[in-house]
Design a protein around this ligand. Sequence first.
Ligand code: SF4
Ligand code: SF4
Length: 316
Amino acid sequence: MQSPSIDIASQIKSQAASLGFDACGFAAAVPVDDDAVSRYDRWIEQGHHGCMQWAAGHRDLRRDPSMLLEGAQTVISLALNYYPARFQPPGTLRVAYYAYGRDYHEVLREKLTELAHFIEQITHCTTRPCVDSAPIRERYWAQQAGVGFIGLNNCLIIPGKGSFFFLGEIVTTAQLPPDEPCTMTCGECGKCVAACPTGAMNRHGAVDASRCLSCLLIENHDEQLPDWVGDVIGDRVVGCDECQLCCPHNAHATATTIEDFAPTPAVMSLTCERIGQMSGGDFKRTFAHSAISRLRYKTLRRNAAMIEKKNFTSNK
Ligand code: SF4
Ligand code: SF4
């Protein structure tokens, strides 16, 4: 006869699958290991978090999930595929795949909340769903929970599936049988380091966010971008996927079946001209339920203006 916790574990995993999650794993909610803590601390001390000031805060909470939920026993890591079934047409400004469709915070929060209710019902324990809403080391926990490994590009890579996945967690007081951590590594590949247009990555797996286009185009809200960005921005207006697109683990990525992640009409027709004509009100209405809303109106226009200026200069 199976033990009750194994039965509950498999019920949770099959409920996660029926909600559309592509992976679900459990890890014991113990403090983050010393190596991972010092790597993170070093990254902050070297200023490699760039303009993401929030990353330097709440380091005590990041170290210990039991500070996020009293009596926490398990961190449940979940992954949701967002690899597009359709892509932007030529001539549109490039948007990173994660921002193609409906805001993933909304989609993931709905699914995590539903799963958390299910867990509370069958375990009578408490839960705390997290989707960028709590300082938790989500890739670390995904690795601990056996979902995948952290690649040199700093993305969570699910063996056989790739890295175009949103991650979410449920911290719970339920004691669930932990999965084996994923021990795979990138080996000698290094393709992402070579593909990065800004040289933001190094061979030791540190990404300097102050040089990363994803960070500069999304998180940095300065009035002007540094001049050198004009030489590498190309047609990217929201984020950058280069270090994922080149990764061999994504060579056989399969398209998401979640209709919410399909590209919106605004993404499919995004041009410098369209952004130039957009008022603040248009921006709010157009991107109300899109992750692009987090960029802010002025930041989107700043990015588009730099692309336009660069194209104008290089076509002269
Ligand atoms: S997102 Fe782009 S700029 Fe940032 S590290 Fe990856 S390839 Fe480099
Ligand atoms: S491109 Fe190669 S080195 Fe980079 S994350 Fe993928 S497997 Fe790892």
